[in-house]
Ligand binder design. Structure first.
Ligand SMILES: Cc1cc2nc3c(=O)[nH]c(=O)nc-3n(C[C@H](O)[C@H](O)[C@H](O)COP(=O)(O)OP(=O)(O)OC[C@H]3O[C@@H](n4cnc5c(N)ncnc54)[C@H](O)[C@@H]3O)c2cc1C
Length: 270
């Protein structure tokens, strides 16, 4: 069981951040769905539920998603879904069940950067950034690779584009963790393809600083990306072997790209 010697509910992200700086052994509490599985005693629990981080804001060029927004809240947000071709809804629809998704948060999912995460795989394919109370705004890719220490994730920002986007995963059983997942999003003329649950954390394969895959790719160009996917670093666990993942990844990527390409481009103003 997880025990807190002291439990606080600060009113602002700044107050929460300062408490975290003063108490290096403190634990930030999001939806608590992962944390509750721990068996330890923590000197201080900092609950973010009163920090005003539970809203989804829309501006002319971006979505600003509060860390305490639940997976269910974002999944059911019709304008966000229309603006991102429903990729997030596709990514979380098999995450446990509705009640669970009404508690697990976007912030907890992105902060934890779990290898099996469907949420991280989907966000990585979009033009996304994370906003940290201490370190400020940074692109989601370096954050996913390296994380941040003793900070507080306050928002995930998704820039608006005329996306075509889709998510695909393989699960041994419905609602189990993904054995392998992939997402594909086309924006600013190029495809951003991610592969996750390798079981290492998700990585971007094309787009950004990786090799480009242009919007109107040739079959040979997609073949080259699939070959690259075979070369990723895979591991074995009880959900699949490294060799199985290596063989399935190209098919999953083709599936995600084909599904995304078949969708109409999202309107920037959904
Ligand atoms: C049984 C089970 C099945 C799951 N299946 C899936 C699945 O199939 N696909 C999938 O994508 N995910 C899955 N998840 C993960 C889940 O969706 C959430 O990502 C996870 O529970 C963390 O979110 P939370 O809000 O519960 O965070 P918490 O449990 O509250 O926190 C998780 C970690 O993040 C830290 N933290 C939380 N919020 C912040 C913040 N704003 N700033 C800084 N640190 C923070 C906490 O200190 C803790 O270390 C599963 C989880 C469980 C328990």
């Amino acid at each position: 069981m997880l025990r807190f010697e002291k439990y606080v509910r600060p009113e602002t992200p700044r107050e929460a951040y300062e408490l975290l700086q003063e108490n290096r052994l403190a634990t930030v509490i999001g939806g608590m769905m992962w944390l509750r599985l721990a068996d330890r005693t923590v000197p201080l629990g900092i609950d973010l539920s009163r920090c005003g981080l539970d809203t989804i804001e829309e501006t002319d060029d971006a979505w600003r998603i509060g860390a305490m927004v639940t997976l269910g809240q974002l999944e059911r947000h019709e304008r966000f879904a229309a603006s991102t071709c429903g990729i997030f809804t596709e990514a979380v629809r098999d995450v446990v069940g509705t009640q669970f998704r009404n508690l697990a948060t976007v912030g907890g999912s992105v902060w934890a950067r779990m290898g099996f995460s469907d949420v991280v795989t989907a966000f990585l394919a979009l033009d996304a950034e994370v906003e940290l109370e201490g370190a400020g705004v940074m692109p989601i890719i370096p954050f996913t690779e390296r994380g941040a220490r003793n900070d507080l994730l306050t928002h995930v920002i998704v820039r608006k584009h005329r996306y075509q986007a889709a998510f695909a995963s393989v699960r041994n059983a419905a609602t189990d963790f993904s054995s392998l997942n992939a997402a594909a999003a086309c924006w600013q003329g190029s495809w951003h393809v991610t592969v996750g649950a390798r079981p290492k954390k998700a990585t971007l394969l094309t787009g950004g600083e990786r090799i480009p895959l242009r919007r109107d790719f040739s079959p040979a160009e997609l073949d080259a990306v699939c070959e690259l996917a075979e070369g990723l670093d895979y591991g074995s666990d009880l959900r699949g072997t490294a060799e199985w993942r290596r063989q399935v990844a190209p098919a999953l990527i083709r599936r995600a790209v084909a599904a995304a390409a078949a969708k109409p481009c999202a309107e920037k103003e959904a």
